[in-house]
Each structure stands twice: as C-alpha cells, then as structure tokens.
Design a protein around this ligand. Structure first.
Ligand SMILES: O=C(O)CCC(=O)C(=O)O
Ligand SMILES: [Fe+2]
Length: 293
C-alpha cells in the first residue's frame, strides 16, 4: 500500500441543499467536503457577536500537563467550550437540519444514536504553528489500531466563523488518507505536511471531515488575523464525548431545546445498533422520563 494523497488542489464544495447521500459520497471519496453557506448571514453575525466577549477574556494555549497535548492545543490558540450556555445561536445550530440528516445517515444504521463530541470554538492566533497531523478517531485509541476497518467513530463539522485562508490557519488535510490501509500499530503513517492542502472557506461555510483522514489546523502566519472555527464533531452515543455537557448546562436552557438537540448533548438515553437494550439510563428507563423532558 502506498501512501499517496489524492492529486487535488482544493476539496470538493457542495451547496447546502445537496442530497445527503451525495455529501457523504464526497466525504468518503476525499476525506473532506466543504458545504457552502452552511450558516445564514444572520447566524454568522450573531454567533460571532455572542462569543466575542467570552473569547476575548479567555486565555491562549493549553493548561494540559502533557507537552504533546499542549502542542496539539496550540500555544496561541483559544478553545472555548460550553457554547450552549453562552450562545443562543449555537443553540439554534444544535437543531440544524443538514447536520441532523448527515449525523443520522452516518450513524443510525451502523452504530445507533449519535451525539456531539464537543461544541468548540477554535480561534488560532497569529504566530501559532501548524497543529500536528492526526486522525480524530485517535480520541479512542482502539480505533487507531483497527484503522480503516474501524466503524465511523467521529466526523467533524468545522464551521468557518471568519474566512479560512492558507495564511491564517485554514484546516489542512491529506485528501484520500482516510483510505490508507496501514497497519495502525507501530507502523502508523502520519503523513507529511507537504501532502496537505488547505480547506480555504468563506465565513459561514463548513468543512465535513472524516475521523479517518489526516489533518490539522494550519499555521497562522499573519500578523493580526485570528482564524475562528466552530467545531461540532458527531460520534456514536456509545463513545464518551470530550465535553461533559449535562454537568455544564442548566436545565432551564436545556428545556428550551428541541428533543433532538437535547439528545445530542446528552439529555437522552443512547441506543446502540445491534440489540443493546440501551445505555445512559435511569433504572433501565429512558433518561428523559427521569429528567421530565
Ligand atoms: O483547528 C483546526 O483547523 C483543526 C482542529 C482539529 O483538527 C482538532 O482539534 O482536532
Ligand atoms: Fe482534528
């Protein structure tokens, strides 16, 4: 097996009203696909305005003990979470039709109910070096071992809240590396930066990214531009997410959300495909009954 990227200079771009099957077929082929104008103009303006202040008061860099993780988080990068508490527009995005259609198509049959890994604003500041290339399914190392044969364990949706340019740190991906059939153990192939292409986007566009594709945030070589991306990765409900939302969000806010929005932030039981009676329950009953939702 050779580790050769697909010979393309830009990722395929589709309009928001594209059939889900076509979006997913491009995702599978290239490892990434851009959805044009994923956000409306007012969603874009509002979410930026709502998150300006919490971002301004947030520290840069990582508080993690491990240097590897610090490098991954980025020394001049801000990562803001608990967005459902902070932003009414983010709460609207939890109910987005396109995201739900894509999530259902990716996970329902293979894995059962799905939820979000996190909702995170990633703002890469000037001078931040490129993030190490990685596969997002490495969140659960067993899938790195399984490699290409692993189930779909995570699919990132990265929404550009500012323009994403090569200079300001657009996400870089190795197109087609989701198909590299390596021995993922000691022989894992991490790719080379020269194999990557930038996912340049206008503000409001979104990048759908396979959990098996090698990618990373780009270096921000501008002197004064901050690259702002909102990531909403989707994963099967039987895997532990990064963000522990049920402990972060008040029930008053949760009650304002639709049932499917509540589900993807942990306020429903989880039903894995293949006969499991359900997980994340109370007294073997649906969690929503206990919560009065
Ligand atoms: O910020 C980016 O463009 C990519 C971030 C990323 O891949 C990650 O944090 O897993
Ligand atoms: Fe990633």
């Amino acid at each position: 097996m050779s580790f050769t990227p697909l010979d393309i200079k830009t990722l395929p771009t589709v309009p928001r009203d594209t059939e889900t099957a076509e979006i997913l077929s491009k995702l599978e082929q290239f490892g990434g696909v851009v959805i044009k104008d994923y956000l409306t103009r007012s969603q874009l303006e509002n979410i930026n305005a709502e998150l300006d202040e919490p971002l301004a008061s947030l520290y840069e860099g990582s508080k993690h003990d491990s240097e590897v993780v610090q490098d991954f988080h980025g020394s001049k990068t801000k990562r803001l979470t608990n967005l459902a508490t902070l932003s009414p527009t983010y709460r609207e995005l939890l109910d987005d039709d396109v995201m739900h259609r894509v999530g259902d198509a990716l996970y329902s049959e293979e894995s059962g109910t799905w939820w979000l890994t996190t909702g995170q604003l990633i703002e890469i500041g000037p001078g931040n070096k490129a993030q190490p290339l990685h596969r997002d399914l490495g969140n659960w190392p067993v899938f790195l071992e399984m490699g290409k044969r692993s189930p779909t364990a995570i699919t990132n949706l990265m929404i550009a809240l500012t323009p994403f340019t090569e200079e300001n740190g657009a996400t870089r991906i190795i197109p087609g590396s989701n198909h590299w059939d390596e021995d993922y153990g000691d022989n894992i192939h991490k790719g080379e930066p020269a194999m990557t292409i930038p996912a340049e986007m206008s503000a409001g566009d979104a990048l759908l990214l396979s959990g098996k594709v090698l990618h990373g945030g780009g270096a921000n070589v501008t002197s004064n531009e901050r690259r702002r991306g909102l990531t909403m990765p989707m994963q099967p409900g039987y895997l532990t997410p990064e963000e522990a939302y049920p402990f972060l969000i008040s029930m008053d806010i949760v009650k304002t959300l639709s049932a499917r929005a509540q589900r993807i932030i942990g306020f429903r039981s989880v039903y894995p495909a293949g006969g499991s009676p359900g997980l994340w329950q109370n007294n073997y009953e649906e969690l929503a009954n206990h919560l009065g939702l």
